[in-house]
Design a binder for this molecule. Structure first.
Ligand SMILES: Nc1ncnc2c1ncn2[C@@H]1O[C@H](COP(=O)(O)OP(=O)(O)OP(=O)(O)O)[C@@H](O)[C@H]1O
Ligand SMILES: [Mg+2]
Length: 432
């Protein structure tokens, strides 16, 4: 059990949003107003903005300062997704190297400072959520957790427990259910889709209640990407064919370069010198004038730092498709004007591979739990991406509508992490 006279912070560090609560002297403190300038002060966007290497802004203020400064400096989003990637060491800011651990650490430190101010005490203990899997590769997965531990240390937490995010959601749901049941939890966030199968009863939580945890590093960001990779990137040179001087080989714009445009977590790297120079070469050698023009648009996008805003519009379009069968995409920045209509049907077709990979993780979870789908009493869905109709439809198909519960799309994990703080000793994974 947690000790009475102390404060344990509960942090749902999400790819797109982060939330913070606490267990203070044994009492639950629900979502704190951690980002007063945000639309919903309890949801802090997981963003860092450096106008220069000496100053950093966080959350809603990161966006407002970024816009105020005419998109000068560097804005980082979805950096949680880089954690399992050993090739991603961080970035250079002016002449300073900024490691990924420090980026995450700075964000957690800001959260800690804001929470300390709200709760009126110093805090060194934290329960932090982690995806079921940062990566499908076990070594990469361990590496990501190691980096998170370093980041938490940087933020001044001396004792940390990591609780899988879908398990946290389960700990929340079990508060409402008093009889013995077997439940499945699906958490669909920005970076990862996570599943837990567990038994619940009115007895205190025990680790052995968890029958299986699995997941996959694809979720809302990957769904945003399909709008770019399946259609919108064509007006930025994705289909350019070119021939280098003195060569007969017909070449195509490499997928590895376009990936940097297609993926929200990669977009900051389009500006890197090698990539930038390479695209310049492709433009020079493009066979068609219209492709040269498209690449020119790509340069406007990069130089005027419009990619973040462009993806904000994509996300709005995607969210609109959760409510209606078609949605408009409109981007009005000079020289980048784009208008398009997207349909739910094409969105679903484009996302087929992602959906298959996500549900393969669910299948693995059942194998691990040695259960069949019929043995599940309730299915709980949470996370922003659980709104997507084809995700919900698949659950209905597998489990039937009557077993499906959707609750509190954004707060269940945090609420479960606060429960997790009560069972501090059950989570034996120490911080080092
Ligand atoms: N109505 C909606 N329809 C479709 N997608 C939505 C909707 N609302 C939010 N999303 C998506 O949900 C994602 C954010 O969800 P959430 O806040 O649960 O993720 P996160 O906790 O930040 O990420 P993770 O848990 O993967 O680290 C974003 O990709 C967002 O676009
Ligand atoms: Mg989440």
């Amino acid at each position: 059990m947690a000790i009475k006279n102390e404060t344990i912070l509960a942090i749902d560090f999400g790819t797109s949003h982060s939330l913070v609560g606490a267990l203070q002297n044994g009492v639950r403190k629900e979502a704190l107003a951690i980002d007063p300038s945000g639309e919903d002060p309890s949801l802090m966007r997981t963003l860092l903005y450096f106008p220069n290497s000496d100053i950093c802004f966080y959350g809603a203020e990161a966006i407002s300062k970024y816009l105020e400064n005419d998109m000068e400096g560097r804005l980082f989003r979805s950096f949680k997704s880089h954690l399992p990637n050993a090739n991603y060491l961080g970035t250079a800011l002016d002449n300073r190297r900024l490691s990924l651990e420090t980026m995450v650490g700075l964000f957690l430190l800001e959260i800690r400072k804001r929470a300390e101010k709200i709760l009126g005490t110093t805090i060194t203990k934290a329960v932090i959520g982690k995806p079921a899997r940062y990566s499908m590769d076990e070594v990469a997965d361990e590496f990501a957790l190691h980096r998170m531990k370093k980041a938490a240390e940087y933020a001044g937490f001396t004792e940390v427990r990591f609780v899988p995010e879908p398990l946290a959601a389960a700990l929340d749901f079990r508060r409402d259910i008093k009889e013995d049941k077997t439940i499945l939890i699906g958490d669909f966030g920005g970076g990862t889709s996570d599943f837990t199968i567990m038994k619940i009863s009115k007895n205190a939580f025990e680790k052995s209640d968890v029958l299986a945890v699995d997941g996959c590093p694809l979720a809302g960001d990957a769904l945003d990407s399909v709008f770019m990779s399946s259609r919108l990137n064509r007006s930025f040179g994705a289909q350019t064919q070119y021939r280098m001087p003195l060569s007969n080989n017909l070449l195509k714009m490499p997928a590895s370069v376009m990936d940097r445009l297609n993926k929200p977590s990669q977009i900051v790297h389009l500006k890197e010198r090698d990539t930038y120079q390479f695209i310049k070469e492709v433009q020079k050698c493009a066979l068609k004038d219209e492709d040269k023009d498209s690449i020119e648009r790509l340069f406007v996008m990069i130089e005027d730092q419009q990619i973040f805003q462009f993806f904000e519009e994509i996300e709005q379009t995607k969210k609109a498709l959760s409510k209606k069968s078609t949605a408009k995409f409109k981007f009005s920045y000079p020289d980048l004007e784009t208008e398009d209509i997207f349909s739910m049907v094409e969105f679903e077709v484009w996302s087929d591979k992602i959906k298959t990979d996500i549900f393969a993780a669910l299948d693995r979870c059942f194998v691990q739990a040695k259960l069949s789908e019929q043995q599940i009493d309730y299915v709980f869905l949470t996370g922003g991406t659980a709104h997507v109709p084809f995700i919900q439809k698949e659950f209905e198909r597998r489990f039937g509508r009557e077993k499906l519960q959707t609750k509190n799309f954004f707060h269940s994990i945090l609420s479960g992490l606060i429960e997790g703080a009560k069972s501090w000793n059950e989570f034996t994974e120490p911080s080092n």
